[in-house]
Ligand binder design. Sequence first.
Ligand code: ADE
Length: 238
Amino acid sequence: MVVDIVTIFPQMIEPALAEGVVGRARTSGLVDVRARDLRDYTSDRHRVVDDMPFGGGPGMVMKPEPLFRAIEEISAERGAPTAVILTTPQGRCFSHAEAVRFSRMERLIVICGRYEGVDERVAEALVTDEISIGDYVLTGGELAALVVVDAVVRLVPGVVGDDASVAADSFADGLLDYPHYTRPAEFRGMKVPDVLLSGHHAEIARWRRDEQLRRTKARRPDLIGRADLLRRERHEGD
Ligand code: ADE
């Protein structure tokens, strides 16, 4: 998988991509993720990427020319992108399902929105997916782009060593994850639930499922209906 992240702050993106699971996936060649400085695609001396909004109002708008040039040059170098994502609070809310969809794509370009937003012609002509990571406003799309890329890259086959751990993730089956414990079995008077020490695999599986449901009902009741639906879809034809 090839991912290009177009940003005015590549130095905000690069260190995050060098660490952990994503860093390893890059050095092992499973994914090729690169930050691209939008100013490299300007043609004026001051490398200007923003301008005042037509019609007036506060803030600045990202100019179309550098973004068009960036997408065109990156496409020429890497091949046509499967999706061009724009991170913006105006986008569809990012989810596990969206992460799965993007993880099956060959080439992604992610544009980090800044200022009041991008010229609408960029959104109309270049962008395939406007994505928000939640109902709050960040100072820019860089952190959102990192969230999206992190969630997508870890779903690329081989990136997370243990496939079972990805399959058991929160949201993979529409429910939150169950509680996890490690040694010691008692810490400062707090005990690990007996069932986990029992060695009864079926009982442990039942306890974990019950905990998933209990947690999801308590913390995210909105997920319960969707989880039922997912389960029914999966068992269709059983
Ligand atoms: N840019 C600013 N806020 C954002 C958000 N919530 N999601 C995606 N991009 C953003």
